[in-house]
Design a protein around this ligand. Structure first.
Ligand SMILES: NC(=O)c1ccc[n+]([C@@H]2O[C@H](COP(=O)([O-])OP(=O)(O)OC[C@H]3O[C@@H](n4cnc5c(N)ncnc54)[C@H](O)[C@@H]3O)[C@@H](O)[C@H]2O)c1
Length: 288
């Protein structure tokens, strides 16, 4: 089994940055790609900041930080990922966008053994595999936010994913990155979001119906159930656009009302209130 040494990451948002950071810290070479080189470079600045904070906390040694940064290159050109052993797609949670990306990846990545993985939270991997045109090397690899902190990775083989692809990805996530892995069937939401998203949407409905304030709902779950974070702060952390998109995908798959994004969530997304990444969601993250 060929080890994974060079990783391509598509999408330099919060997840792409985190995946880049953990791969670079594990000594892998990483090529980070976004729609433009400038966006990819902004992602690299985010990774550099995160590594600096980790060094200040004593979680990373100065030499390790320098080595990790030196292993990362950026690009706005998807074809520059040719030659990677693994490509992890972490672009926006939008099925047409991801399908188009996998079609392009199928064209520009010339080695059929290169693993094409998606970090999607809810879009069936089989559809992305069909778009890539080589389903045996396509798999879901679902990291959690923030990636450097959260130990879990969900691994999602499709009905076509080869054993070789599964073994390589399991070794990559479990041994190279030191993550805990679980394997789940290719169903919208996999395991964690099938359970988490209805809970987050129920909290949004409580705000929408005026049952309690966002602050009190979160305090209810932190002080009453010992959750480390309340549902509305967690929704803000994930990104309200992403929460809504995952809800839509789950609703499309199961047609159960508990998955349907409530009107308040839709209005907030339409108004640009996306949570932590936009500075305002159910709570404010603006400094000064
Ligand atoms: N946010 C979370 O907590 C979380 C957790 C697990 C998985 N995910 C999944 O990870 C993915 C990314 O989420 P995020 O929170 O990082 O989103 P984000 O909005 O922070 O970043 C998305 C990035 O994708 C880039 N992008 C869009 N189209 C692209 C394309 N065609 N080519 C290259 N780059 C493109 C955007 O420019 C942006 O930088 C989504 O599929 C999401 O469901 C998110």
């Amino acid at each position: 089994m060929t080890a994974i040494e060079h990783v391509g990451v598509v999408g330099a948002g919060q997840m792409g940055r985190g995946i880049t950071e953990v791969c670079a810290r594990a000594g892998l070479r990483v090529t980070l790609c976004d729609l433009t080189e400038d966006r990819a470079r902004a992602g690299l600045v985010g990774v550099a900041d995160s590594l600096l904070k980790a060094e200040k906390r004593g979680a990373v040694q100065p030499e390790e930080r320098a080595r990790a940064l030196a292993g990362i290159s950026v690009t706005g050109d998807l074809s520059r990922l040719d030659g990677a052993d693994l490509v992890v797609e972490a672009a926006v949670e939008d099925e047409p966008a991801k399908t188009a990306l996998f079609r392009q990846l199928g064209e520009v990545i010339t080695d059929p053994a290169t693993v094409l993985a998606s970090n999607t939270s809810s879009i069936p991997i089989s559809r992305l595999a069909a778009a890539a045109g080589r389903p045996e090397s396509v798999i879901g690899l679902h990291f959690f936010n923030p990636v450097p902190v959260m130990p879990l990775v969900e691994i999602i083989p499709t009905l076509h994913t080869s054993q070789a692809t599964q073994s390589r990805v399991r070794a990559f996530a479990g041994e190279t990155l030191g993550k805990q892995t679980i394997v789940t069937q290719d169903r919208a939401g996999f395991v964690v979001n099938s359970l988490l998203i209805p809970y987050l949407l129920a909290a949004v409905r409580l705000v929408g119906s005026g049952t309690a304030t966002a602050e009190d709902i979160d305090t209810g779950m932190t002080a009453g159930c010992a959750h480390p974070m309340g549902p509305l702060r967690l929704a803000d952390l994930i990104g309200l656009d992403t929460v809504a998109a995952i809800g839509e995908a789950l609703y499309e798959e199961y047609r159960e009302p508990l998955y349907a994004p409530p009107p308040l969530l839709r209005r907030m997304v339409e108004s640009g209130l996306l949570g932590r990444k936009s500075g305002q969601g159910f709570f404010s993250y603006r400094t000064a």
